[in-house]
Design a protein around this ligand. Structure first.
Ligand SMILES: Nc1ncnc2c1ncn2[C@@H]1O[C@H](COP(=O)(O)OP(=O)(O)OP(=O)(O)O)[C@@H](O)[C@H]1O
Ligand SMILES: [Mg+2]
Length: 433
């Protein structure tokens, strides 16, 4: 006897238990300054967001937990900057509560963890990288569940994670395999404490891709096609490089390129030769725009313009001054520009070493990353002095160029997912007659 078709109720029941299994695919660019993430759940929509790269560690219970009934409203907002989680994972030593994002910056705690850019410990080996990645996937799982079901889950959420991550080029060479494997061993439990009822999220990493920082951005630039190349040409011509007879298509077709990804704590130089990532010629320079800001603090203080931290200075520079404050703003900017000048000299020095290696083959230079806009006035002319004549030096606008790495990473993770799905479909398809 064939079983009766399932009633709606049964189907619902099944979806409900099945509903606790969630697949998420993501690209996460864990920067020294900011985490740039693009996480896609089963509804196909990717959440794209930034959070500062730091967590606040706090002990004790939550003082005023948010009622469960507010879950829909809270996850509809910027949950990733509000996360409050604990970990039970071989990758995280601390059992304290970890507060994320802007909430971490506001927290009253002496323990704020951020990337140690001085000691030389690899990002791959700092547990903060893992804390940030796992916390964000747990947050995304909870967000998707609550949006779909209108309430918090009553059981544990099981998440199948596919992710692409990036490491600075020097660390990529040494650590990429161990870094990817570290996620795949053991179970990782993340408990989200944002609401009265804690929610346990169990993460299983089924695929971890690791790319070199900057290289993932180059990958994304290619995906933008000829249209982006044309836009970049217009911009660079406005800045005085004539590049007569060169078209967007020429730029797009270039297979030997050097990228300059100017971040907070590092500059990565991904080199492509003959359309392939050239790991030998690519390198990381251990200073970034954050170094420029840091080095500006003492001269600013001397000039009677003190700032408490480089973050405070960064915020000030990004803000628009009122007419009365314009003169002061300009004075601050001029002092920072002097430091940017010194930094640009060092970047060009590093860049020359690469040119010495790959030299005349280089067809196009791309400059991007959060610091690229601010150092452009000093860096652009210096680069033009050292590149072979007629080589386009293209600066990508900071508004989107900070996000190129995460875009490339999401594409990389999705490609693997699609391949696996295609293989599965092939196996299941009846043999062709
Ligand atoms: N809109 C913006 N938001 C945040 N930071 C910005 C912005 N525009 C410029 N910046 C500057 O860009 C820097 C951060 O750049 P980016 O996010 O590329 O670095 P990162 O990837 O975190 O660092 P790294 O690549 O060294 O690991 C900061 O120093 C900041 O001052
Ligand atoms: Mg970066």
């Amino acid at each position: 006897m064939t079983p009766p078709p399932p009633s709606d109720f049964e189907t619902n029941k099944e979806t409900r238990t099945m509903g606790n299994k969630i697949k998420i695919t993501g690209g996460v660019d864990v920067g020294n300054g900011y985490v740039k993430a693009a996480l896609r759940g089963e509804n196909g929509k990717a959440d794209k967001f930034d959070i500062p790269s730091g967590v606040a560690l706090v002990t004790g219970a939550v003082d005023l937990p948010t009622p469960d009934t507010a879950a829909v409203e809270v996850v509809g907002g910027d949950i990733f900057n509000e996360l409050d989680v604990t970990f039970a994972s071989p990758l995280v030593g601390s059992t304290h509560r970890h507060l994320f994002g802007r909430r971490a910056l506001k927290a009253q705690t002496p323990r704020f963890e951020e990337f140690d850019v001085v000691s030389g410990i690899s990002k791959a080996e700092q547990s903060l990288t893992k804390v940030l990645v796992m916390g964000l996937f747990a947050g995304k799982a909870l967000r998707d569940y609550v949006i779909e079901h209108g309430a918090l889950p009553t059981e544990q959420l099981d998440v199948e994670v596919r992710v692409a991550l990036a490491l600075p080029i020097d660390e990529f060479r040494e650590h990429r395999f161990a870094f990817a494997e570290s996620f795949k061993h053991g179970a990782h439990l993340v408990t989200v404490l944002n609401f009265e009822t804690p929610v346990i999220v169990r993460l299983t990493f089924v695929d971890v891709q690791v790319a070199a920082e900057g290289a993932s951005a180059q990958f994304a630039i290619r995906q933008h096609g000829v249209a982006l190349a044309e836009q970049l040409l217009v911009d660079v011509r406005k800045h005085g490089q004539a590049l007569e007879g060169i078209t967007g298509q020429d730029i797009f077709d270039a297979t030997s390129t050097v990228g300059i990804d100017i971040g907070e704590g590092t500059v990565n130089f991904p080199v492509y030769s003959g359309a392939k990532f050239n790991g030998d010629a690519s390198r990381t320079f251990g200073k970034g725009y954050g170094t420029v800001l840091n080095n500006s603090l003492v001269p600013l203080k001397r000039a009677g313009l003190p700032f408490n931290s480089r973050k405070a200075l960064a915020d000030y520079l990004l803000s628009e001054p009122s007419p009365l404050k314009r003169a002061e703003h300009a004075k601050v900017a001029a002092i920072v520009a002097e430091q940017a000048e010194l930094f640009s000299e060092q970047v060009v020095e590093e860049f020359r070493k690469i040119l010495a290696e790959v030299g005349r083959d280089t067809e196009v230079i791309y400059v991007f990353g959060g610091g690229s806009g601010s150092v452009r006035p000093s860096l652009h002319p210096k680069l033009l002095e050292v590149v072979p004549e007629g080589t386009p030096v293209l600066f990508l606008d900071v508004s989107y160029s900070r996000h190129l790495n995460r875009e490339g990473l999401l594409i990389a993770a999705s490609l693997v997912e699609d391949q696996v799905a295609a293989q599965k479909a092939k196996k299941q398809a009846p043999a062709a007659a």
